[in-house]
Write a protein that binds this ligand. Structure first.
Ligand SMILES: Cc1cc2nc3c(=O)[nH]c(=O)nc-3n(C[C@H](O)[C@H](O)[C@H](O)COP(=O)(O)OP(=O)(O)OC[C@H]3O[C@@H](n4cnc5c(N)ncnc54)[C@H](O)[C@@H]3O)c2cc1C
Ligand SMILES: NC(=O)c1ccc[n+]([C@@H]2O[C@H](COP(=O)([O-])OP(=O)(O)OC[C@H]3O[C@@H](n4cnc5c(N)ncnc54)[C@H](O)[C@@H]3O)[C@@H](O)[C@H]2O)c1
Length: 446
């Protein structure tokens, strides 16, 4: 017999959700992490970045009407206060109250039914790996000789720098670029693709790019970071932009160049658990190549988001503990929390073209056609829906105010296979941003 029904390594979004799901089924759960519960999302990801973005937004709005002096120390200290506040919901006492045992320590898999935490062996019927990911550090010349920022230390800054180079125009780079720029830091954003957020709808990413430039961000696209140096408090980055070498300078440099899964030294090889350099391989139930051992979250991918880690946790625990469980259909969705926000579910237009050639329909409505956006002076943006030939949503992207909340209704329709035309008969209050959905359905049924 085993001591626990499930032992979980890692108490980030993946591990916490796994523990809660199993505990809610009445299972005996042990959750292990090297640090306090919360993982990256709480300590160095979603929570601090969204706190910084919100503070920057308030300052940005206030600056339109008054001369505001930004107190960088106060801002950074407030971010850390908010981290602590968010952590309260997942503190050890809260976990214990939910019936979850928490152990702090470095863990690895021992065999199919046990893990080792330092010197202690813990047995469990099922094991879940939720060890997350870390910032990918580029092998650019000089990196070993300089101090640099990543998401892991940027929120620990005591004060705001005067200027900052951000390398990487993915969601981390773009969100932090706008937040710091709005707080008065002169940001230079370097991205090797020809635009920021290259996985998103091209036209919408371009509109967001223009907003960043209007707000004063110095943008270097088609620019690859090659070498970094530091002297006398100045960091110099050499970039290759369209085959021309340029040197750009700032007080600090932040790298946001993607992620690396935390899968070393946790016993995968000893047990023959399959993985690639992108993460642990799992089936549709998030079970690894070894029975009763599951993996969830950033250690698996490919969608590196807290809510996707939560979804995978549910999938794994239902498979482990419920009889006759079929996999829940997955509809990944996400949002980049810039202003305006960029929200997305399913395919982009280009992805639809690759899969369906011209056998799909695209409907768009601009925010400038929306009364609420006009009075709020928030007319930048567009909602774009892609439907298959039967009128079901296969993709949606919204750039604009409250885009992430607006996506919810479309996500529901996509998940439950509700034809898009049905939205036409759904009443949306006037004047709200949700009216853009009514307008879209009118366009689709014209
Ligand atoms: C700046 C930034 C902003 C982000 N914003 C968002 C957002 O707005 N929305 C969103 O959905 N996602 C966002 N993300 C992504 C999100 O943070 C991750 O997808 C999520 O945290 C992954 O959860 P996880 O549980 O897989 O891993 P993690 O949160 O990384 O947790 C893994 C845990 O495992 C522990 N661990 C690792 N190895 C061991 C071991 N051997 N023994 C014991 N413990 C171990 C670690 O200490 C850690 O606590 C953001 C990420 C960053 C960096
Ligand atoms: N709002 C959210 O949900 C949110 C926010 C932040 C992060 N995240 C998650 O974190 C993950 C990682 O984000 P990220 O932004 O670090 O990674 P990313 O992979 O999305 O973006 C990295 C960017 O760096 C560029 N790049 C790589 N090497 C370069 C070089 N040498 N010079 C210049 N540019 C270079 C790439 O072209 C790419 O655009 C995301 O995929 C997302 O899943 C989510």
């Amino acid at each position: 017999m085993f001591t626990y029904d499930v032992a979980i390594i890692g108490a980030g979004a993946g591990g916490l959700n796994t523990a809660m799901e199993a505990a809610s089924m009445g299972k005996k759960v042990v959750l292990v992490d090297k640090y306090k519960p919360g993982g990256e999302c709480t300590w160095a990801g979603c929570i601090p970045s969204k706190a910084l973005i919100q503070l920057a937004d308030e300052i940005h709005t206030a600056k339109k009407y008054a001369n505001i002096e930004v107190n960088g120390k106060q801002i950074m200290s407030k971010v850390r206060q908010l981290i602590k506040k968010a952590h309260q919901a997942e503190a050890v006492e809260q976990l214990q109250a939910a019936g979850i045992e928490y152990i702090q320590g470095d863990a690895k898999i021992n065999d199919q039914h046990s893990i080792r935490v330092v010197d202690e062996i813990i047995t469990a019927e099922n094991i879940v790996i939720a060890t997350g990911s870390r910032a990918l550090i580029p092998s650019i010349k000089g990196i070993d000789q300089v101090n640099y920022l990543t998401n892991e230390n940027v929120f620990q800054l005591e004060d705001l720098p005067k200027n900052l180079i951000v390398v990487g125009g993915g969601p981390i780079g773009v969100e932090l670029t706008q937040a710091f720029q709005r707080l008065g830091v002169q940001v230079k954003l370097v991205e090797m693709a020809d635009r920021i957020l290259f996985r998103e709808e091209k036209g919408l990413a371009h509109q967001l790019q223009s907003t960043l430039e209007e707000e004063g961000v110095q943008l270097y696209t088609s620019a690859k970071a090659l070498e970094v140096k530091q002297a006398n408090g100045t960091t110099t980055l050499t970039i290759n932009r369209n085959d021309v070498l340029e040197h750009i300078e700032a007080e600090q440099i932040l790298f946001a160049l993607g992620r690396k899964p935390n899968i070393e030294n946790i016993g995968l090889d000893d047990l023959g658990i399959c993985y690639t350099n992108k993460g642990i391989e799992v089936n549709e139930y998030n079970e690894t190549s070894v029975r009763n051992i599951y993996a969830v979250g950033d250690a698996v991918g490919p969608y590196l988001f807290s809510h996707m880690a939560g979804f995978q946790a549910k999938q794994a625990m239902r498979h482990a503990f419920l009889e006759m469980h079929t996999p829940i259909e997955q509809h990944p969705a996400w949002c980049t929390f810039t202003h305006p926000e960029l929200a997305r579910t399913g395919m982009t237009e280009n992805e639809a073209r690759e899969k369906f050639q011209d056998k799909f329909n695209v409907y768009t409505v601009s925010y400038s056609e929306l009364d609420r956006a006009v009075v709020d002076q928030q007319t930048t943006g567009e909602a774009k829906i892609i439907c298959d030939q039967d009128g079901f949503i296969i993709g949606a992207s919204i750039l604009g105010e409250r885009a992430c909340e607006l996506l919810g209704e479309l996500q529901l329709m996509k998940t439950f296979h509700i034809p898009f035309r049905k939205l036409k008969d759904t009443i949306h209050p006037y004047p709200s941003y949700s009216e853009i959905l009514t307008q879209l359905s009118n366009v689709a049924t014209e």
